[in-house]
Design a binder for this molecule. Structure first.
Ligand SMILES: [Zn+2]
Length: 489
């Protein structure tokens, strides 16, 4: 069996993985409540011949499917959580009107706006193809599919990394649905989320306000304190907040309980911890000023991403070799219509390389018709970067424990924004399925390369030794437990 046989196998059995993705699209579940998806995946992994481990790292919706024996041990990461407020019918050209109980036929108003229904199923397809390769060739090696919950909130992988899970891997591969075919490179900010709940004393706001102590005042003063903090932090650090409980809807009551959720980002975990301490101090100050008390709940945290150039190049070599998806006229037509509903930025070109490298910018401009293409049906030139982007991902935590790399494939129209109704609408199209299958082939082929070419893995690990020399500083506090996003709604 060789890599061409692996692609053939994936083509033959693609329907299993397309059906899985579609089922998860139709039953969107929020971070750390992905119980149906977990059941579906665990059953499928078992049927496909994997050894299944439930509740990995003590998280009910984290799991692993393992096959093979000995080294190397290759991990393939999958996600399957959805987003709130994005319920949508498939194949529609306008957003569904929000109605009670969810619109577009999806329960609770949730939807797969980040394409994790494709991410989980595509990664599983890759892991299965590697398993078939190992079984047919008898090569030494183990493939583990990690079902990683709560990427959108909850940082499942970081909680799994806190248990040291990914140190057992020789390398990890993953992908993300997107609007272009490219290597997902660069690093990003770390993040930490903490919920502050202030407790005061309820009172009639006119009758005896002097008896009351307002928790809402404390939240407002805390936010004000944080606004002043902004002046005195590096300008790449971020301070975001949401008031998740205002204390009620009655202005004539002194609010006795109010909650604010903070997300604090910095360039690395030690700096993020220091920044969080300053926010904690502001909470203390707000409580002192208002004569209230507060409880602090650590929600989640993610580390910065360490890119691995050796793995990136191995992935890219396969992206170049494997034929890109071919689209039908209907698929192109629908993509064009959906693309027409998307916001466009003047001069914006697809792919990360076009942002930073003038040569790549020129090439991508030609390939994408000056950024006007409605479907990016080409491969972006290879680009490696150590550039820090402002967002955060829990793939970062994996990347501190084992060499890790990711790709993006075009599963949506060219200008489809992240976390959008357009992504949900386009999530069951041929374009989405084909982008998923292409990603599965690239991941499977690269895993096979790592199994059959020990020098490649060795080089990736040498690079990792240097980039991860400081060692993993887990952003999750020791006593923190994963909190389902639904619990905070
Ligand atoms: Zn995502």
């Amino acid at each position: 069996m060789n890599k061409s046989d692996v692609y053939k196998l994936l083509d033959e059995k693609q329907q299993i993985f397309i059906d899985t993705a579609d089922k998860i699209w139709g039953d969107p579940e929020l971070s750390l409540s992905e119980h149906n998806a977990t059941k579906l995946y665990e059953e499928l992994l078992f049927e496909l011949g994997f050894e299944v481990e439930h509740a990995v790292a003590g998280i009910e919706t984290a799991f692993a499917g393992k096959f093979g024996s000995g080294r190397p041990v290759i991990g393939i990461l999958g996600e399957y959580d959805a987003l709130a407020g994005l319920s949508q019918k498939a194949g529609e050209l306008e957003p569904c009107e929000e109605v009670a109980g969810g619109c577009g036929g999806l329960a609770k108003g949730y939807g797969h706006g980040c394409g994790h229904h494709l991410l989980g199923a595509g990664s599983l397809a890759a892991a299965w193809a590697v398993k078939e390769y190992l079984a047919a060739t008898g090569e030494s090696g183990t493939v583990i599919y990690y079902g990683c919950p709560g990427e959108e909130g909850g940082a499942g992988k970081a909680f799994m990394a806190r248990e040291g899970l990914f140190y057992a891997l020789d390398a990890a591969l993953t992908w993300h649905p997107g609007t272009a075919n490219e290597i997902f490179t660069g690093t990003n900010n770390t993040s930490m989320q903490v919920e502050y709940t202030f407790n005061g004393i309820a009172a009639h706001a006119a009758g005896n306000p002097h008896m009351g102590r307002s928790a809402l005042d404390a939240v407002e003063l805390m936010n004000l304190g944080v606004q002043f903090l902004r002046e005195h932090i590096p300008n790449t650090d971020c301070l975001h907040y949401a008031i998740t409980n205002t204390g009620g809807i009655s202005p004539n009551v002194v609010q006795s309980k109010a909650t604010v959720l903070y997300m604090v980002r910095s360039n690395n975990v030690p700096n993020n911890k220091k920044l969080l301490q300053r926010v904690d101090n502001i909470a203390k100050g707000a409580a002192l000023m208002t004569d209230t008390t507060f409880t602090r709940r650590f929600i989640d945290g993610t580390a910065d991403l360490l890119p691995n150039q050796v793995l990136e190049r191995a992935l890219y070599a396969n992206m170049e070799t494997i034929p890109l998806p071919e689209y039908t006229k209907e698929e192109r037509d629908f993509a064009a219509k959906l693309d027409a509903t998307c916001p466009k930025e003047e001069g914006e070109l697809p792919g990360m390389g076009a942002k930073y490298d003038p040569e790549i910018r020129k090439k991508v401009s030609e390939l994408s018709d000056g950024g006007n293409a409605t479907l990016n049906d080409f491969l972006c030139p290879y680009f490696h970067s150590g550039e820090q982007s402002p967002g955060s991902t829990d793939v970062g935590d994996v990347s501190w424990q084992t060499p890790t790399a990711q790709i993006m494939t075009a599963t949506w129209p060219a200008h489809s924004p992240g976390h959008s109704w357009q992504n949900v609408s386009g999530g069951k199209t041929g374009v989405a399925h084909k982008g998923m299958l292409y990603a599965a082939k690239v991941l499977a082929a690269t895993a096979v390369d790592l199994i059959t070419t020990p020098e490649l893995l060795e080089k990736a690990r040498e690079e990792f030794k240097v980039t991860a020399a400081k060692g993993y500083d887990c952003p999750i506090e020791p006593d923190a437990v994963p909190v389902p996003v639904e619990e905070m709604l």
